[in-house]
Design a protein around this ligand. Structure first.
Ligand code: THU
Length: 142
């Protein structure tokens, strides 16, 4: 997976970020997820006056893609305007683990700084469907 194509995805996440609806936090986040076929779905955070209903940019992008029938993701870019690159929140980490496990994740800010991270390092010893099915009794910790 080329670094160039990840940087293109960052640009798309930056554009999505500008569509954020964040009147309460003023914290704008953009995300873009790419499928194995090369299609890109973007998302921005959408806040509600009932704060707990707020949805993060990452999940908006992933929900959009999943609801269009996509299941195979190769890249995910997340952009926020912070000096220390913003990682996905805990809820998003769970969703990324379940639906974008093999995607290369790039965190980025508006100053051109980027970092590649893996969901495994962000969410070690994750819970998933294997525990519900009983398969985790035999499966190693991955
Ligand atoms: N937010 C995201 O969209 N993604 C993250 O990874 C962290 C937080 C949003 C949620 C809320 O609208 C705002 O940032 C402040 O938490």
């Amino acid at each position: 997976m080329s670094a160039e194509s990840l940087l293109e995805l960052v640009e798309q996440a930056k554009t999505a970020r500008l569509r954020s609806i964040a009147p309460f936090s003023n914290f704008l986040v953009g995300a873009a997820v790419k499928t194995a076929a090369g299609k890109v779905y973007t998302g921005c955070n959408v806040e509600s006056a009932s704060y707990g209903l707020t949805v993060c940019a990452e999940r908006v992008a992933i929900w959009k893609a999943l609801s269009e029938g996509e299941r195979d993701f190769t890249q995910l870019a997340i952009v926020a305007d912070t000096g220390t690159l913003t990682p996905p929140c805990g809820t998003c980490r769970q969703i990324i683990w379940e639906f974008c496990k093999s995607a290369t994740i790039m965190l980025a800010n508006l100053h051109g700084e980027t970092q590649i991270v893996t969901i495994k390092e962000l969410l070690p010893r994750a819970f998933d469907a294997r525990f519900l099915s009983g398969a985790a009794k035999e499966a190693p910790r991955t």
